[in-house]
Design a binder for this molecule. Structure first.
Ligand code: PBG
Ligand code: ZN
Length: 324
């Protein structure tokens, strides 16, 4: 009895009709642009596996942030590549560390741009793990203190949001306490809550030189097979004071994004990670897919799944397209 009374194609006939019934719209307001900051001056090196993404010295990072703010993107997230690395990642919490310096200069140049800082040790440790090592294991509790020191040094430099990405147990609560005790009660935490041990981080590790020198991250990052556990991780982080929760990667975890949004109704961020970017770029360059359309389809899907915010290396490209 349904057909011919019902004809879904009626509302697909013209672009105007399609616009009127469109359920999901990407907006420049949804975007967070990741940036890699490196030592030096006037230094700009492209990441081999991420065409169009550069490691930028602080001065060029500031220029980049000016352009980011100009096109209306509300936020950047900064990752640091330090001058030197050691066993305890001291570059992560140095008062004049690379991220701390970048935050100060970016906030001075672009006071209205929201500056998020990634809090982790792996870019700063010589072994490449996200915590301190004892007897070949990544130790949880001794790492918490270093993460809190890192978060505090970022907040003191002027960071607007703190984003711990290490996946140590209890880090959100510990960092929240540290921030509050030092007067940063208004600094939100965006927690990488459901962060999976993913092969999609490959290009990022090339960019940051942060691949683990032994073993892998499976004793702290999540097993890609698990969904219920992601909900428990999110619940713990919310109980510990997370303001925004993140699912990472995005594309292979759309079900997780959807379940987190449905179950908790809090602001959800999704990280469209380096490997997802690299695959689209590579296939686009080979002429195997239409890069721009695949980019928009992918980001729209991440939003449709339930993400409020998307961290993506495509941020500027998207902002440009949305404006035209
Ligand atoms: C640090 C961190 C990583 C990413 C964000 N923060 C790498 C990792 O966990 O190995 C990955 C981002 C990307 O792939 O784009 N812990
Ligand atoms: Zn890490």
């Amino acid at each position: 009895m349904l057909f011919p009374i019902h004809r879904p194609r009626r509302l697909r006939r013209t672009e105007a009709l399609r616009r009127m019934v469109r359920e999901t719209r990407l907006s420049v307001d949804d975007l967070i642009e990741p940036l890699f900051v490196c030592p030096g001056h006037r230094s700009r090196q492209e990441v081999g596996s991420m065409p169009g993404v550069f490691r930028l010295s602080v001065d060029l990072c500031v220029d980049e942030c000016r352009r980011t703010a100009e096109v209306g993107i509300p936020a950047v997230i900064l990752f640091g590549i330090p001058e030197s690395k050691d066993a305890v990642g001291s570059g992560a919490y140095a008062e004049d560390g690379i991220v701390q310096r970048a935050v100060r200069e970016v906030k001075q140049a672009c006071p209205d741009l929201t500056v998020i800082t990634d809090v982790c040790l792996c870019e700063y440790t010589d072994h490449g793990h996200c915590g301190v090592i004892r007897d070949g294991d990544v130790e949880n509790d001794p790492t918490l203190n270093l993460l809190t020191k890192t978060a505090l040094s970022h907040a003191r430099a002027g960071a607007d949001i703190i984003a711990p990405s290490d996946m140590m147990d209890g880090r959100v609560g510990t960092i929240r306490c540290g921030l509050d005790e030092n007067g940063f009660t208004q600094t939100p935490i965006m927690a990488y809550s459901a962060k999976y041990a993913s092969a999609y981080y490959g290009p990022f590790r090339e960019a940051a030189g942060s691949a683990p020198q032994f073993g892998d991250r499976r004793s702290y990052q999540m097993d890609p097979a698990n969904a219920e556990e992601a909900l428990r991780e999110v619940e713990l982080d919310l109980d510990e004071g997370a303001d925004i929760v993140m699912v990472k990667p995005a594309l292979a975890y759309l079900d997780i994004i959807h379940r987190v949004k449905t179950q908790f109704g809090v602001p959800v961020a999704a990280y469209n990670v380096s490997g997802e970017y690299a695959m689209i770029k590579a296939a686009g360059r080979l002429g195997w897919v239409d890069e721009t359309r695949v980019m928009m389809e992918t980001l729209t899907a991440i939003k449709r799944a339930g993400a409020d915010l998307i961290l993506t290396y495509f941020a500027k490209d998207v902002a440009g397209l949305l404006r035209d």
